[in-house]
Design a protein around this ligand. Structure first.
Ligand code: ZN
Ligand code: ZN
Ligand code: ZN
Length: 125
């Protein structure tokens, strides 16, 4: 069992040694902070929480730019979903359920916090 960083996908044998290292893809800037634990554990596939893209490697998922990033299209990297391993997935705002994250995030949410239909559904953990 390996532990993974949710920003860069680096793995370590245990969480303590993972969290001791500085992260090259830390949100505050390269090596500006420590790795953070990805809570989803080891999986057959990793899914982006914004766009539903799947990748069998967490580090390669996290190194790709996301077409549905909340800051704007391709303005940031994919982010790995760490909730349940298979569907159905529920929207954390409106509770609607979908078999695939990719279909959930392609439509607007009637209860989005920015306003009705002002943003996309987002999977709850
Ligand atoms: Zn990292
Ligand atoms: Zn994405
Ligand atoms: Zn929703």
């Amino acid at each position: 069992m390996s532990e993974y960083c949710k920003y860069c996908g680096t793995s370590a044998r245990d969480a303590r040694s993972l969290l001791a290292g500085n992260c090259p893809k830390h949100p505050a800037g390269a090596y500006k902070g420590k790795h953070a634990l990805y809570e989803g554990g080891e999986r057959a596939e990793y899914i982006c929480v914004y766009c539903g893209t799947r990748n069998r490697s967490l580090s390669s998922l996290l190194s790709g730019s996301c077409p549905k990033h909340p800051d704007g299209s391709y303005k940031g990297k994919h982010s790995a979903y760490d909730g349940r391993e298979s569907g159905p997935y529920e929207c954390k705002y409106c509770g609607q359920s979908y078999r695939e994250i990719s279909s959930m995030v392609s439509s607007s949410c009637p209860k989005h916090p920015d306003g009705n239909y002002k943003g996309r559904h987002s999977p709850a953990r």
